[in-house]
Design a protein around this ligand. Structure first.
Ligand code: NAP
Length: 491
């Protein structure tokens, strides 16, 4: 097996689009720089595609739908997804290397979470569609049965924080249900999406079922959303971009799934398992440098243990050391870009202006050599802010956690619900009744109790309020990526 040719792009070559089973440059001949955020140097160039490239990808997808792909069985599509999963798995190390280079995340994280989850996504939806059943409702004089038909061509638009993980989360169910895909990854992290295209080419997937168009959101993303033959959009990204996507897609009656931003509460009660909670909350706060939509960026702590908890938390977080993402021992990598680091830094400054006290971090780490130019920011813990301050209510999407004491369960719930977002929450307590009560009252699409980011791919994933519309995962994905058709037969 040849190594992924993407690895050679670390020398600045241009990564192509993947349209109709062929690797092609953008029609306009323009390109964008893809940077290594840990060093601020060019990794590769990607096509700055435009609406003509999107048009070509949609044409290829529609041709695939009319061809053999459109006639494929569930079992054939499941076999294809299994082949994709197996091939990624056999190259896990190469994929992890690319993902870490492109995002700045520690390679240990890419190796243990991002790439294995992508493999699991393909494998899970292969199994799901293989075992899929549909409804049958019998009446005295008639029989109803429901088919689930492909919707058409889906636009899949994904962010930079979990590039392959989220692309596979959408691609696998979309293909499983017989749709075609035109995907646009974030222009900041294009490499593993292109590596995935290489896998589709290598296993001889039907041309046009999976198409990849690189470029800018306002150009390629917008063209995908606007295209009349794109029947549905699955979008993961920021809330303001999601609003724009919805404004275009909703009046065109496209199927629409929006997975958006969050400002997630982590609620720690005095009766928690102290040591396990410190570990769990540290991970929930700073995994991937706080750049996971599910990260708990507001830490609510019952006042009776506040001082003890904060001092143990600060000590534990202090063991996270920003370093070279490619080093196996690094437990804290770079942020996605120097621009994003500046935004995070701006929030740390704002926190001080809002009366906050920086207990840890609040600065760039002092790294030497080629890492000195990287987009690093130290894990930062801030106390003393009002729960309705800007820093405690706006999504920062970086390594900043704000701490808030509370006295009663009701107060904790009020603070937790006092933001426009409602994506994820975690509750840390040994009291089972309290865990049920709080989980039921917190306005959130997902609640973890005494854990965080424990994922079962069957469960509904998504947020409420400004965190999104719709759910993906398990049968929710199979339903979103298909059209139900009821057939009623008079007996
Ligand atoms: P973003 O700026 O909203 O971008 C997301 C994707 O949309 C990118 O591919 C972007 O392309 C594209 N895009 C931008 N403008 C567009 C437009 N007008 N039409 C169509 N597509 C457009 O978000 P991000 O900064 O990449 O990611 C961080 C955000 O994602 C955070 O808010 C985070 O909470 C959220 N997120 C949510 C979940 C979830 O499951 N709820 C998971 C992960 C991340 P460009 O990169 O080229 O601009």
């Amino acid at each position: 097996m040849s190594p992924l040719s993407l690895l050679k792009h670390a020398s600045g070559e241009c990564v192509p689009n993947f349209v109709g089973g062929e690797f092609v440059p953008a029609t306009g001949g323009e390109w964008l720089e893809d940077l290594d955020p840990a060093r601020d140097i060019e990794l590769a160039r990607i096509p700055r595609s435009n609406s003509s490239d999107v048009e070509a990808a949609v044409r290829a997808a529609e041709a695939a739908r009319r061809g053999s792909w459109g006639k494929s069985s569930n079992a054939e599509r499941a076999d294809l997804l299994d082949a994709v999963a197996g091939t990624i798995e056999s190259r896990l190390e190469e994929f992890a290397h690319l993902e870490s280079l492109d995002t700045g995340k520690p390679i240990s994280l890419a190796r243990s979470v991002d790439i294995p989850r992508a493999v699991a996504n393909f494998r899970f939806f292969a199994g799901a569609v293989r075992h899929q059943s549909t409804d049958c409702h019998s009446m005295q004089s008639a029989l109803n049965y429901t088919l689930r038909k492909p919707v058409g061509t889906f636009g899949l638009i994904t962010p930079w924080n979990l590039p392959l993980y989220l692309l596979s989360w959408k691609t696998a169910p979309a293909l499983a249900m017989g749709n075609c895909v035109v995907a646009k990854p974030s222009e900041l992290t294009p490499l593993t999406a292109s590596a995935l295209a290489e896998i589709f080419a290598e296993i001889d997937a039907p041309a046009g079922c999976f198409n990849l168009v690189h470029g800018l959101g306002a150009e390629v993303g917008q063209s995908i959303v606007e295209h009349p033959q794109i029947a549905g959009i699955s979008f993961t990204g920021g809330t303001s971009t999601g609003k724009q996507v919805a404004a275009t897609a909703a009046p065109m009656f496209k199927k629409l799934s929006l997975e958006l931003g969050g400002k997630n509460p982590t609620i720690v009660f005095a009766d928690c398992d102290f040591d396990e909670t410190i570990e769990g909350v540290t991970r929930a706060s700073f995994a991937n440098q706080g750049q996971v939509c599910l990260c708990g960026s507001r830490l609510l702590i019952e006042r009776s243990i506040y001082d003890r908890f904060v001092s143990a938390f600060v000590e534990r977080v202090g063991a996270l050391h920003p370093g070279d993402p490619q080093d196996d021992k690094t437990n804290f990598g770079a942020l996605i870009s120097t621009g994003h680091r500046d935004k995070v830094e701006g929030y740390a400054q704002l926190a001080i202006e809002e009366g906050g006290e920086v207990l840890l971090g609040g600065k760039r780490p002092e790294l030497t050599g080629d890492l000195a130019a990287g987009a690093f920011y130290s894990p930062t813990v801030i106390a003393g802010l009002s729960p309705d301050s800007r820093c405690a209510t706006e999504e920062i999407f970086g390594p900043i956690v704000t701490l808030h004491p509370f006295d009663t369960e009701a107060e904790a719930i009020e603070i937790a619900n006092g933001v426009r977002y409602g994506l994820a929450a975690s509750v840390w307590t040994k009291d089972l009744k309290r865990a049920h009560r709080v989980s039921s009252e917190v306005e959130s699409g997902m609640v973890w109790v005494n854990t965080w980011l424990l994922r079962d791919l069957r469960v509904p994933f998504g947020g409420m309020k400004d965190s999104g519309v719709g759910r993906e995962g398990g049968r929710h994905s199979l339903e979103f990526f298909s059209e139900s058709r009821n057939i009623c037969i008079q007996l």
